[in-house]
Design a protein around this ligand. Structure first.
Ligand SMILES: NC(=O)c1ccc[n+]([C@@H]2O[C@H](COP(=O)([O-])OP(=O)(O)OC[C@H]3O[C@@H](n4cnc5c(N)ncnc54)[C@H](O)[C@@H]3O)[C@@H](O)[C@H]2O)c1
Length: 356
C-alpha cells in the first residue's frame, strides 16, 4: 500500500535544487520536505529559512542526513561528479532517488546506479524535465498514435552563441565535459525519446574549444552557484555528431556554449515516413488526400515541467502514474555521450553495443 506521507530531502540547494526540486516537493500533496543538505553553509541556512526547514534538519554531510532522517525520497541536485556516491548510498539505505541530469559522469557510473536501484528494489528517476513539456508530450502522443510512421531521420541540438555556465560546469573532472553533457543531453534525450527510443549503434563526432572563457560585453550570467573558483575551462565548447540507430534511423546533432551563429534553443526535427515535425514551435508536416498539409496544435494548458517531473516521481511511487523518466532509459544517452567524446578524440566511428 502507498505511504500517506513521503519524507523528502534535497541535496544541493543551488540553481536546480531551488528551481525544480524544492518547489516540486513543497507543492506536492502528501510530501513533507524533511531535510536539506548543501556543503555551502550560508546557502543552506538561507534556503532552510525560505522553505521553513528547522536548523536541526539541515546538513553539510549527506551521509549524516541519510542516517538520521528516515527519508523516503531524495533529490540529488549537486554537481555531476557527486551524483554517483550520493545516489548509490541512498538506494542502499532504501531511499528512492530522483537524480538530476546528466545521470552521472559516464556510462559505467550510470549502469552501476541503475543496478543499485534494481538490487535495492527502489526507484531511480532522472530529471529529464523536457519530456514533461506539453509540446513534447503532445508530440510523443502523436508518435504513439502512428501519425509519423517510422521516424528515419532527426535533427537535434541546442546552440548558444555565447552561453557558458560558470563554476564547476567548465572543469571536466567535476562536470564530465562541456555543453554536450550539460545542456546537450537535454536535446539528445528529448529527441531520442520522441523517436521512440531506438537502440544507437554508432557515432561519428567532433568536438571543439574555440572560445573557452570568452570576454565579450552584453552577456548575462548563466548558471552554477558553486565550484571552480580558479576558473578552469578544460571542456569542449561545441560538439557535433552523426548517430546511427539499429532500426536504420539517423540523427544529426550539435550543441554549443559558444559559436558564431544564431541561438537556437533546444531544437528537434523529426522526419517520419508519414509525417514530420518541428518542436518549438510545434509544427506538423503531413499529407492529407494528396495535399501537403501543415498544422500547429493549439496548446493552452501551461505545464511547469520542472515541478511536474518531481510530482510524477512521487505519483509513480504511489502507483498513480507511470514514471516518465526511469533511470535505465538514461543508459543509452550516457553511451551516446561517451561515444561522442571517444569519436572526437580518436577521429574514428565508435560502435555502441546494447547494455544488458
Ligand atoms: N534539469 C535541468 O534543467 C537542470 C538545470 C541546471 C542544472 N541541472 C543539473 O543539476 C545539477 C546541479 O546543477 P546546478 O546548476 O544546480 O549547480 P549549482 O552549482 O548551482 O548548485 C549545486 C549545489 O550543490 C552544492 N554542493 C556541491 N557539492 C556538494 C556535495 N558534495 N554535497 C552537498 N552539496 C554540494 C553546492 O554548494 C551548490 O549549492 C547538475 O547535475 C546539473 O547538470 C539540471
Amino acid at each position: 500500500m502507498a505511504k500517506t506521507i513521503y519524507r523528502a530531502a534535497v541535496i544541493g540547494v543551488g540553481n536546480i535544487g531551488r528551481q525544480a526540486h524544492l518547489p516540486g516537493y513543497s507543492s506536492c500533496a502528501g510530501v513533507e520536505l524533511a531535510a536539506i543538505c548543501d556543503t555551502n553553509p550560508e546557502r543552506l541556512a538561507r534556503v532552510a529559512e525560505q522553505y521553513g526547514v528547522d536548523k536541526e534538519h539541515t546538513y553539510t554531510d549527506y551521509r549524516q542526513m541519510y542516517e538520521k532522517e528516515h527519508l523516503d525520497v531524495v533529490s540529488v541536485c549537486t554537481p555531476t561528479w557527486a551524483h554517483y556516491d550520493q545516489t548509490v548510498d541512498a538506494l542502499k539505505q532504501g531511499i528512492h532517488v530522483m537524480c538530476e541530469k546528466p545521470t552521472a559522469m559516464n556510462t559505467e557510473e550510470t549502469v552501476k546506479m541503475v543496478k543499485a536501484a534494481d538490487a535495492a528494489g527502489k526507484t531511480l528517476a532522472v530529471g529529464w524535465n523536457n519530456r514533461f513539456r506539453l509540446d513534447a508530450t503532445t508530440l510523443r502522443k502523436y508518435y504513439d498514435a502512428g501519425l509519423f510512421g517510422p521516424i528515419y531521420y532527426a535533427k537535434s541540438g541546442w546552440l548558444r552563441r555565447r552561453g557558458n555556465p560558470h563554476g564547476w560546469f567548465t572543469k571536466k573532472e567535476l562536470s564530465g565535459g562541456g555543453p554536450l553533457i550539460d545542456c546537450g543531453v537535454h536535446a539528445l534525450d528529448l529527441t531520442h525519446w520522441l523517436m521512440g527510443q531506438p537502440q544507437p549503434i554508432s557515432v561519428t563526432a567532433s568536438t571543439y574549444c574555440k572560445f573557452g572563457n570568452y570576454d565579450v560585453d552584453g552577456i548575462g550570467q548563466y548558471w552554477a552557484e558553486s565550484g571552480n573558483e580558479e576558473g578552469v575551462f578544460d571542456t569542449e565548447d561545441l560538439a557535433s555528431a552523426f548517430i546511427k540507430f539499429a532500426n536504420g534511423a539517423t540523427m544529426m546533432y550539435d550543441v554549443s556554449w559558444a559559436y558564431n551563429g544564431r541561438n537556437t534553443g533546444i531544437y528537434t526535427q523529426l522526419h517520419g515516413e508519414k509525417a514530420g515535425a518541428d518542436l518549438d514551435p510545434l509544427k506538423i508536416y503531413g499529407e492529407v488526400e494528396r495535399n501537403i498539409v501543415d498544422f500547429e496544435p493549439h496548446l493552452n494548458l501551461q505545464v511547469n515541467a520542472q515541478e511536474k517531473k518531481v510530482h510524477n516521481f512521487i505519483a509513480s511511487l504511489r502507483g498513480e502514474e507511470t514514471l516518465l523518466c526511469p533511470g535505465y532509459e538514461s543508459i543509452v544517452i550516457a553511451q551516446i555521450v561517451d561515444a561522442i567524446y571517444e569519436s572526437a578524440q580518436t577521429g574514428e566511428t565508435v560502435k555502441i553495443e546494447p547494455v544488458s
